[in-house]
Write a protein that binds this ligand. Structure first.
Ligand SMILES: NC(=O)c1ccc[n+]([C@@H]2O[C@H](COP(=O)([O-])OP(=O)(O)OC[C@H]3O[C@@H](n4cnc5c(N)ncnc54)[C@H](O)[C@@H]3O)[C@@H](O)[C@H]2O)c1
Length: 453
């Protein structure tokens, strides 16, 4: 959205604030009428957990591509739920505006490519429609301020749907941190270490979304249509929230702590070019063999926090490697690392030796998982997708603050433009903006993942 348009519409936002349909605590709801903008592969995977709920009614969907709408409608039909109103198709990139004008929508899931998230979220909040936004919150630093200001002006709930915060081991480790098992936190590591080469390139055939070719952009399908272009144009920590979300919970960021500094380094870029050249449907003479990728294969970002912790994030999506978010949580009394499920606690573990973490996971299993594991079974990403949707819907029903709120969303996501800036300015260390404008000092000292725990 252009700045002038935003300022104009912020005046409308102020009007909405006076009549907001979401005054905290003032009204509860039994049922949430939901819409979805972007019904691609992620949107389709959210339908299972969403439509398994009696307290959710899917009333509208929108996508630019008929193939995605058709796949989505087929999934909905199988569940026996009522057909939602359908917007878009035919490449119409503005149809979502008509969806937001539909009466009777309480909340919208925004599941489009990153470049749409900020403008769609702002418009939805201005329409009084609560936002569940897929990662990330925006592209530029200004986008993040604009999303924040729109939320503050309208009072409409906004949650970043960061599912890794709800992973079972991640939550068990949160319990360990809170119980003081690792002593005082000193250092954390995490990232997005996921070989995405077969996601960034395919043949464009909707039935073969992974690794079926060396095409992207208009000739690709799903994320190859848009995500790959970010690897051409940008160099930074392009996907920070899966890693930083859990670390921010552990460190109680915005609840007595905050990020103060950031810098980033990027390695050379080799992996995506090699993938194209070596792919059976690619080759040295394939037109994409000439594409120059700006994104370093491994981008390493460091943050420092007000209370003295450091956090190291690694974005590593272009080289062969097994999936791992690479968590390490280290304090004065011990540490956990997720790669080999290993833990060491001074005084409990044999000296200088790793223990397998499973017995600790079992002992510290989070109450959310103890209570809901059976319901979450079968939902995407080992069940964690069920929990993030559950948290959003329950907070909306009870009209309580969002568990991952606007400050978390914009700070986690703004790591991307800040890391890009650091790299572009010769790996400079930058001051991290305080989106809370001082409120981090007095906010509740503990992350409440569903308003209670
Ligand atoms: N949290 C997770 O684990 C997770 C996993 C996968 C993807 N995601 C996120 O979900 C989002 C979508 O990713 P995806 O994998 O579904 O990509 P996708 O390309 O499969 O789906 C995106 C959809 O948005 C549609 N779209 C594009 N512009 C639009 C517009 N103007 N109006 C309406 N629809 C539009 C596209 O046609 C496409 O169907 C991204 O933000 C991605 O980062 C999150």
């Amino acid at each position: 959205m252009h700045r002038r348009t935003f300022l104009k519409s912020s005046a409308a936002g102020a009007l909405v604030m006076a009549t907001t349909s979401w005054p905290l605590g003032a009204r509860t709801r039994d049922r949430i009428r939901v819409a979805m903008i972007g019904t691609g592969l992620r949107g389709q995977s959210q339908l299972g957990p969403l439509l398994s709920r009696d307290d959710v009614e899917l009333v509208a969907i929108c996508d630019t591509q008929q193939v995605m709408l058709d796949k989505t409608l087929a999934i909905i039909e199988k569940t026996g739920r009522r057909k939602p109103k359908v917007y878009g198709g035919n490449g119409d990139v503005r149809a979502w505006k008509a969806l937001l004008a539909q009466k009777g929508i309480d909340a919208v899931f925004i599941v489009t490519p990153w470049e749409w998230h900020a403008s769609m979220s702002i418009a939805a909040m201005q329409a009084g429609i609560a936002v569940g936004c897929e990662v990330v919150a925006g592209i530029t630093l200004q986008d993040h301020w604009d999303v924040l200001r729109a939320q503050q002006r309208t009072g409409t709930p906004y949650m970043l749907l960061e599912n890794v915060c709800y992973r079972r081991d991640v939550l068990a480790v949160l319990q360990m941190v809170r119980a003081g098992l690792f002593g005082e936190l000193v250092h954390m590591q995490a990232g997005y270490q996921h070989d995405l080469r077969a996601v960034k390139f395919n043949s464009g055939n909707p039935n073969e979304p992974y690794g079926s070719g060396a095409e992207f952009g208009d000739k690709g399908f799903s994320e190859a249509q848009w995500r790959t272009q970010h690897s051409i144009d940008r160099n930074g920590e392009l996907y920070p929230s899966h890693g930083i979300g859990p670390c921010a919970m552990y460190a109680n960021i915005h609840r007595g702590n905050r990020f103060t500094h950031i810098n980033a380094f990027a390695s050379k870029a080799r992996g995506l070019h090699e993938y194209i050249v070596e792919h059976p449907k690619g080759g040295a003479n394939h037109p994409n063999a000439g594409v120059k990728f700006k994104l370093g294969d491994v981008v390493t970002t460091t943050l420092r926090c007000e209370n003295g912790e450091t956090i190291l994030l690694q974005h590593d999506t272009s080289l062969p490697r097994p999936y791992s978010l690479g968590f390490r949580v280290q304090g004065t009394d011990g540490l956990w690392m997720d790669v080999n499920k290993s833990i060491h606690v001074e005084g409990k573990s044999p000296a200088h030796k790793w223990e397998q973490a499973q017995k600790y996971y079992d002992e510290y299993d989070h109450p959310l998982w103890r209570n809901y594991a059976a319901k979450a079974a079968g939902a995407g990403h080992g069940g964690m997708d069920w929990f993030v949707i559950h948290a959003f819907i329950e907070a909306l029903k009870a009209n309580t603050p969002m568990p991952i709120d606007i400050y978390d969303a914009v700070a986690w996501s703004a790591i991307t433009p800040l890391s890009e800036q650091s790299i572009a300015e010769d790996y400079k260390t930058l001051a991290f903006p305080d989106f809370t404008e001082g409120k981090w000092k007095d906010r509740k000292p503990i992350f409440a993942l569903d308003g209670r725990y």
